[in-house]
Design a protein around this ligand. Structure first.
Ligand code: OGA
Ligand code: MN
Length: 300
């Protein structure tokens, strides 16, 4: 296995291109350790030509920890679901493998992925890795962009670094949904518990490398102890800073690519494509995190 940097910037490695390994085969401990070391060094790894089906993708994913059930999966009705619960359906398809209609609720929900985010940042213990496998890709568009939040942190001036270090943010799916225009009351009553804000440190320290990173996501609604408008304006400034071109890499998908990213040190977003007419079938497995980033508020 060999890893070559795909990104060239003065802030260190970010996206690595991995060759010489077939991930559909059973991994040895040494191979798993080499991939984890690559993840710690780069934060995003790209593998080409990985002919996964759902079972081999899930088996490979389990090498890195326990699987997480995505919120989309949890909230979906079984009759709307195309894939098993452990597999987040990042496609534009319905159960008959037809592109969803313009006003399809599942489609509209999925548009939230177009906002810069870190997966499951609305959970008290947010996700570690996400593994996204491209099965069918559209002829144009539909890239995924990644932002290096270690580099974004390091590039801040010292005064801002000191200011943000102790800050704690509140994340909820309700905020990102509000941003793309879903009315607040629109989320089914049975899903109210999934909207309760959780607290996250604005600056995270990677458990292996010790590097600091900015922890931002579309799910942030406020900063604890700040007036909401002031918090949102500041978060917007930080988002703008963190997503400047020098921190961003766009991945142009080919069928059978696998991307693994570390949600603790990166953000990502989906880019537009003609989803009413073209097919994009991507499947995501997600590895649970193992710790909160900030003490949680006691339930009222
Ligand atoms: C995801 C996601 C972006 C994309 O799978 O978590 O945000 O480009 N995907 O589909
Ligand atoms: Mn995502």
């Amino acid at each position: 296995m060999d890893i070559a940097p795909l990104t060239r910037n003065p802030y260190g490695d970010f996206v690595g291109n991995v060759t010489g390994i077939d991930l559909t085969k059973t991994m040895t401990d040494r191979q798993v350790a080499a991939i984890e070391a690559g993840m710690d060094r780069f934060a995003v790894l790209i593998f080409h030509g990985q002919h996964f089906d759902d079972d081999t993708q899930l088996a490979f994913s389990r090498n890195f920890g326990e699987l997480e059930i995505s919120s989309g999966g949890e909230m979906s009705k079984p009759e709307d679901r195309r894939l098993k619960l452990e597999m987040a359906d990042i496609s534009n398809l319905d159960r008959d493998n037809k592109p969803r209609a313009a006003d399809d609720r599942v489609r509209l929900n999925a548009l939230g992925n177009r906002l810069w985010h870190s997966d499951a940042s609305f959970r008290a213990i947010p996700a570690k890795y996400s593994l996204l496998s491209a099965r069918v890709v559209p002829g144009a568009g539909g890239n995924t962009e990644f932002a290096d939040m270690r580099a974004a942190h390091d590039a801040l001036d010292d005064r801002t670094k000191a200011e943000i270090e102790p800050l704690v943010t509140e994340h909820s799916n309700a905020y990102s949904r509000e941003t793309i225009g879903f009315p607040k009351e629109d989320y089914g009553q049975r899903n109210q518990d999934k909207l309760r804000p959780v607290r996250q440190s604005l600056v995270r320290i990677h458990p292996v490398t010790g590097r600091k990173s900015l922890y931002l996501s579309a799910h942030i609604g406020t900063i604890v102890g700040w007036p909401v408008p002031e918090a949102r304006a500041f978060i917007r400034d930080l988002m703008e800073h963190a997503t400047q071109p020098q921190f961003v890499h766009a991945h142009v998908w080919r069928p059978w690519d696998l991307a693994i990213w570390d949600n603790r040190t990166t953000m990502h977003r989906a880019r537009r494509y003609d989803d009413l007419h073209e097919v994009r079938d991507m499947r995501r497995s997600t590895i649970r995190g193992d710790a909160v980033t900030a003490p949680q508020q006691q339930a009222a």
